[in-house]
Ligand binder design. Structure first.
Ligand code: NDP
Ligand code: HSE
Length: 435
């Protein structure tokens, strides 16, 4: 057997500890797969007094991450998250020719073009399977398994925390705040959970997926996003009555007009596989011209699921160490000089069916006034649900529209809200039929 792959591990939190546990448990089998052992020799954390749920025996452990990035190791694994000092640590390790494995989607989405360039300049291996979809090997699927295809769209549930929250609200009637607290306890949430609930984390991941699917540079700023905070228990109930589930969806499409990328709480038909992707599970549907549609699903967050992806990257590193850089899979799936900028479809032009929910006074003529606005704007109604009020309460109207540009959906809702009998607090969510 060849010499072990020596690994420096920066970060001993949810994922870092799980990496050590899985390596301890499956080390022999992993060695049989890559012909050498994968051994963590150095590690860093912030708080030396915190008890860790993993065996640190034989590892040089400290609180200086730069010491690990500069240690005599073959690969550096960055699992601290955030932009700084993660970026400096990764650039330092790459600069020294070390392979780098990271799960840091925020850093990659925002600075991945620079980091990829640095890896190339150093001829170093950069791997990030854990950055998207937790344990689902979607990066490998897109960069390698689907390399024959022209990919025109991908859509999926790519944030476990927000999917967990919506599932708990729908299935158990749990409050948003309690479900989020549970997701944090279970190790699903980001250090700053607003990244999860406001769609930032999913937007980071979508930018990465779109780049490697379409062969475009990373462009996080082009992802339109809305969080799940706007979804009420009433929306969940109405969606169910209309035959849908509300899911935190990310979607990227390439067409003649350019690329569209958005993250939005979305009504998905109840019979679709994505509607049955519950809890912290993720699922990603990819459409390629040759393969047709494929769906990859699995645990999208949590320590050991994510460690599975981190260690898969380490296996690749162990197998490929010493290979000429031209033999490595390109970081973004396409040869560096072959990435092409494409125009971004303006957010207002992006078309979708919409769910509009309004609270209205219980008066005659209300429904006619609202449907007249839709008729004047040439917007067809696919479904409508009117909930009769209880005594002294307002009525609720839920409408599913035909496919219309985002700007038209906003315009229609604004006109409805200006009507004297429409109460404040309407809702506008996308509806995706995956046709
Ligand atoms: P945690 O917050 O649980 O762990 C972060 C670790 O980094 C902690 O051990 C912390 O030390 C250490 N750390 C932070 N800053 C420093 C520093 N300056 N120097 C040394 N150590 C430092 O995060 P996770 O394990 O959940 O996430 C790690 C990365 O993986 C993030 O990029 C995240 O986005 C990504 N990820 C997480 C997933 C998950 O399900 N949790 C799934 C997919 C990706 P200490 O423990 O002492 O505080
Ligand atoms: N916070 C992320 C999520 C972790 O909930 O999906 C996995 O990337």
């Amino acid at each position: 057997m060849s010499a072990p792959l020596r690994v420096g591990l920066i970060g001993l939190g949810t994922v870092g500890q799980a990496v050590l546990r899985v390596l301890a448990r499956n080390g022999d089998e992993i060695a049989r797969r890559c012909g050498r052992r994968v051994v963590v020799t150095h590690a860093a954390m912030r708080d030396p007094h915190r008890v860790r749920d993993c065996d640190l025996a034989g590892i040089t452990v400290g609180t200086d991450p730069h010491a690990v990035a500069g240690a005599d190791v073959d690969a550096v694994v960055e699992l601290i998250g955030g932009i700084s000092p993660a970026r400096e640590l990764i650039l330092a390790a790459l600069g020294r020719g070390r392979a780098v494995v990271t799960a840091n989607k925020a850093l990659l989405a925002e600075h991945g073009n620079q980091i990829s360039q640095a890896a190339r300049a150093a001829g170093a291996h950069l791997a990030y399977e854990a950055a998207v979809g937790g344990g689902i090997p979607i990066i490998k699927v897109l960069r390698e398994g689907l390399a024959a295809n022209s990919i025109d769209s991908l859509a999926g549930i790519i944030n476990g925390t927000s999917n967990y929250i919506l599932t708990q609200m729908a299935a158990r009637g749990q409050s948003f705040a309690d479900a989020l607290a549970d997701a944090q306890k279970l190790g699903y949430a980001e250090a700053d959970p607003t990244f999860d609930v406001e769609g930032v984390d999913a937007a980071h991941k979508l930018a990465i997926l779109a780049s490697i699917a379409f062969g475009v540079p990373l462009n996080f700023a082009a992802v339109a996003r809305e969080g799940i905070g706007q979804v009420t228990p009433q929306d969940i109930q109405l969606a169910q009555e209309l035959g849908y589930c509300i899911k935190p969806l990310g979607l990227a499409k390439r067409s003649a007009e350019g690329i569209q990328m958005w993250v939005h709480p979305t009504l998905v038909p109840a019979a679709h596989p994505l509607a049955r992707t519950d809890g912290a599970l993720n699922a990603i549907r990819v459409h390629g011209d040759a393969v047709g549609q494929i769906v990859c699903a699995g645990r999208g967050a949590g320590g050991e699921a994510t460690a599975s992806a981190v260690i898969a990257d380490l296996v690749d590193v162990a197998r490929m160490q010493g290979a000429a850089p031209r033999h490595l899979v390109p970081d973004l799936g396409f040869q560096p000089g072959a990435l092409r900028e494409l125009p971004v479809v303006p957010a207002g032009n992006v078309a979708s069916a919409y769910y509009l929910r309004l609270r209205v006074a219980d008066e005659p003529g209300v429904l006619r006034a609202i449907t007249s606005i839709l008729a004047e704007l040439d917007i067809s109604i696919e479904a409508i649900l009117q909930k009769e009020p209880r005594e002294h309460e307002d009525a609720t109207l839920a409408i599913i529209t035909s496919e219309i540009a985002d700007a038209r959906a906003r315009g229609a809702l604004e006109r409805m809200q200006a009507l004297p009998f429409v109460r404040p607090g309407a809702s506008r969510l996308r509806v995706e039929h995956f046709e």
